[in-house]
Ligand binder design. Structure first.
Ligand SMILES: [Cu+2]
Length: 130
């Protein structure tokens, strides 16, 4: 008689344990929500003769995706340097687009077009990361 009561009690404990496990599984969606919140900032940049437009950019620290267009006639690309970071997009012809994704720390950066002598012709600007 005593043994049957003990088995019944243990079965009850197992059922309670199973319910507890179910609650823990319900918390899984939170990490997914956190990762989607880290989406890259998109910044549009036009490369033309002879300027980087906008000339002075301000973005927030983190992953920044430069959406680069070339509405001009010559080939151009976008380079940026500062805070130990140096990145360069691929060179695009007039009418083409490209993107450059960079992880940026707060500080001042220089932007320019590294093609030919475009920098000295005015294709230079600044980037401030806050
Ligand atoms: Cu250029």
């Amino acid at each position: 008689m005593t043994r049957i009561l003990l088995v019944t009690f243990m079965l009850g404990a197992l059922l309670v344990g199973a319910c507890g496990g179910g609650d823990a599984g319900g918390e899984q969606p939170s990490p997914t929500a956190a990762s989607s919140g880290a989406a890259a900032q998109a910044v549009k940049v036009d490369l033309t003769e002879w300027e980087v437009e906008p000339k002075d950019l301000t973005v927030k620290a983190g992953t920044v995706r430069f959406e680069i267009s070339n509405p001009g006639d010559y080939k151009h690309s976008l380079a940026l340097e500062g805070q130990g970071i140096k990145e360069e997009s691929k060179t695009i012809s007039g009418g083409e687009n490209t993107t450059l994704e960079v992880e940026l720390k707060p500080g001042k950066y220089k932007t320019w077009c590294p093609v030919g002598n475009h920098e000295s012709q005015g294709m230079v600007g600044t980037l401030t990361v806050e």
